[in-house]
Design a protein around this ligand. Structure first.
Ligand SMILES: [Ca+2]
Length: 334
């Protein structure tokens, strides 16, 4: 929003997990609340270990390294139907309504009537303290912590009705209402960054591929829209996007998620340092270093480093050397 509306405020902007298409983000919450109408589709977080195991069995090795991290979830075509229970129900499988619900969570809000939809959640990173259990699934239908954001936003910011329930809401109706009331103030989807470019501003975006709060493809969509509007070469002079494999909302998750964001140290050049060098020395950022600490605690020592590559490049294993060390990987296109 700063780069779009107040382009002269900052020389450099580091934007992590941007909620820039706010109205669609909150409206997409109605998709995860469809379990209110179909309570038998509710998936207990006790099933997440089985879901995670099935996702990883399907997609972990696609990037050449079996490490519990999916480098590029867009290449993962995990089918929840593969987990459908043969009979009855168990923590290791999904009932038919649960299969439908899980598919919807990955698919997001579908486009309709010529209007774009909104991306869903990505396979990988469902487990763990910052995963789906708290944010999406909660302890009963529509009780995840994300639900409070969506529900209260529509009650108090859109409909002015404390009794409003997402029970009958659809993505289209919610988006229309949220757009009418709040898009002008809160959406930051303008791809025209000419004024920020003219000011000499630099923008680095990053987003965890396993973010359960803000679907990561939304950031790719915005980045691509800027490329289209400004032209790829011009945009490359002042914008970068880093997609962080296995990182949940801003930090945490199965992947190395210490990338120099908000003061978290990494073991090489992080995103903030990269931005600083770009603004102050004109040194354009290339790959930076992502670190995973033991127990996600910087004081406990380094468990793994990986290069974090400017989108659309990904870190590729060279085929030899420790997969816990960044130098065993190179940034390359798929
Ligand atoms: Ca992998």
């Amino acid at each position: 929003m700063e780069a779009q509306r107040f382009p002269n405020d900052f020389d450099g902007i580091l934007a992590g997990a941007p909620a820039n298409y706010w109205t669609a983000l909150v409206a997409s919450g109605t998709e995860s609340m469809q379990v209110l109408r179909h309570p038998d589709a509710y998936i207990s977080s006790l099933k997440l270990p089985a879901i995670s195991a099935a996702v990883l069995a399907s997609c972990d090795a696609q990037d050449g390294v079996k490490d519990g991290i999916i480098n590029d979830p867009t290449r993962c075509h995990f089918d929840p139907a593969s987990m459908q229970c043969k009979e009855g129900d168990a923590l290791t499988c999904l009932t038919a309504p649960q299969v439908t619900f899980l598919k919807a969570l990955y698919a997001g809000a579908p486009a309709s009537g010529g209007k774009p939809g909104f991306p869903g959640h990505e396979p990988g990173g469902e487990l763990g303290p910052g995963g789906w259990a708290s944010w999406i699934l909660g302890e009963g239908p529509a009780s995840g912590s994300g639900t409070a954001y969506f529900e209260n936003y529509f009650r108090y910011m859109v409909y002015d009705d404390p009794t409003w329930s997402p029970f009958g809401a659809t993505f289209d109706s919610a988006l229309h209402a949220a757009d009418e009331k709040t898009a002008r103030a809160l959406n930051a989807t303008d791809p025209d960054l000419k004024a920020f470019e003219a000011h000499g501003g630099k923008l680095i975006l990053y987003h965890g591929w396993s973010d359960p709060a803000i679907p990561p493809r939304n950031t790719i969509n915005y980045y691509n829209s800027v490329q289209q509007k400004m032209g790829g070469e011009a945009a490359g002079q002042f914008t970068r996007l880093y997609m962080v494999p296995g990182m949940q909302h801003c930090l945490g998750g199965p992947g190395p998620s210490a990338i120099g964001q908000f003061g978290i140290p990494t073991s090489g050049k992080g995103v903030f340092e990269a931005l600083e060098q770009w603004v102050e020395q004109g040194k354009a950022p290339d790959q930076i270093v992502a670190t995973k600490y033991k127990g996600d605690n910087p004081r406990a020592g380094v468990a793994m480093t990986r290069p974090l590559c400017p989108y659309p490049q990904v870190a590729k294993y060279k085929g030899s050397g420790s997969t816990d060390e960044a130098q065993s990987f190179t940034c390359a296109l798929q």
